[in-house]
Structures are given as structure tokens and as C-alpha cells.
Write a protein that binds this ligand. Structure first.
Ligand code: HEM
Length: 133
């Protein structure tokens, strides 16, 4: 190898190092999709704070009233809307007590039975799908 070739190789090596050091880091694609705002907000629903992952859908009592049986059981309690469909068969107080608040405002029944209890309140929170508006 003559001197000129050796210099060319050195220059190429230096150029390669400069490019390697200044290139931005490779973007790695995360396995999980961005699910912000999904799930809670079916397309076409009004939302509070659109674009935020804590979005809540806004429903009316007319919306709640269309989910009034075991196939889809929504209730409103203290201004929040809950989908209790999956809870009907699990409720320690019996399915009937959940079924009777499907499609209506269940505040009075819930508060009367569970008003001072933390566990029913916590479980209720896990079924929240939106707010009354
Ligand atoms: C009108 C509404 C409701 C009525 C009348 C009602 C009634 C009852 C009754 C009678 C029991 C006692 C069962 C027993 O210990 O033998 C009970 C237990 C329970 N209910 Fe409800 N319930 C209602 C709504 C709900 C809702 C909406 C939730 C939560 C999503 C809930 C969660 C629970 C839980 C977690 C227990 C067990 C409490 C414990 O830890 O001892 N209930 N309910």
C-alpha cells in the first residue's frame, strides 16, 4: 500500500467517525401502541380534555338509559357514569341489586347500601367510563 492510499483510508476513517458521532441516535419503535385517549372515547363521543389520556366521555341520562339490562348495564352515581355489565355476576350483594340500577341514576341505592364503605367505592371506580354532562 502506498502513502496516498494509506492517507485516503485514514481520511475515510476520520469521515466515518465524524458521521457516526454526529448522527442522531436511532429511533427505536416501542412495542406498545400509543393508546392515549382510546378505549374511553368511542369515536364521535364528546370528551373532556381531548387529546389527554385521562379523557372522559360525557354522557347524558338518555345515553345511560339505553344500557338498562344485563347485556349492557350502565348506571350514573354522583354524576359519574359506570359500565357495571361485568360486575353483575360478581356482586357479593347479588346480581339483582346491580340490575335494578342499570339504565338509571343509582346514587340513592348505592349510597344507602355502601355510602360509608371504601371497598365498594374503590371497585365502583374501576368501572367508570365517563361523566354526566
Ligand atoms: C343499589 C345498589 C346496590 C345495592 C342495593 C347493593 C347491595 C349490597 C348488599 C346487600 C351487599 C351485602 C352482601 C353481604 O355481605 O351479604 C353488598 C356487598 C357488596 N357490594 Fe353492593 N350493592 C349495590 C351496588 C354496588 C355497586 C355499584 C358496587 C361496586 C361496583 C358494589 C360493591 C359491593 C361490594 C364490594 C360488596 C362486598 C362488601 C364487603 O366487602 O363486605 N355494590 N352490596
Amino acid at each position: 500500500m502506498n502513502l496516498a492510499t494509506a492517507m485516503k483510508i485514514q481520511i475515510l476513517a476520520v469521515l466515518f467517525l465524524i458521521v457516526a458521532c454526529t448522527a442522531p441516535p436511532q429511533q427505536t419503535t416501542s412495542a406498545g401502541q400509543d393508546v392515549a385517549g382510546q378505549g374511553l372515547n368511542p369515536p364521535g363521543q364528546n370528551t373532556v380534555g381531548a387529546g389527554n389520556s385521562t379523557d372522559l366521555s360525557v354522557y347524558t341520562m338518555a345515553d345511560v338509559a339505553t344500557h338498562a339490562d344485563a347485556s349492557s348495564c350502565w348506571t350514573a352515581i354522583n354524576g359519574q357514569v359506570y359500565d357495571l355489565t361485568a360486575w353483575i355476576s360478581k356482586h357479593p350483594g347479588g346480581a339483582a341489586n346491580i340490575l335494578r340500577i342499570c339504565g338509571i341514576d343509582g346514587t340513592a341505592g348505592f349510597e344507602q347500601q355502601h355510602g360509608s364503605q371504601t371497598r365498594p367505592e374503590a371497585i365502583l371506580g374501576s368501572f367508570k367510563i365517563g361523566v354526566l354532562g
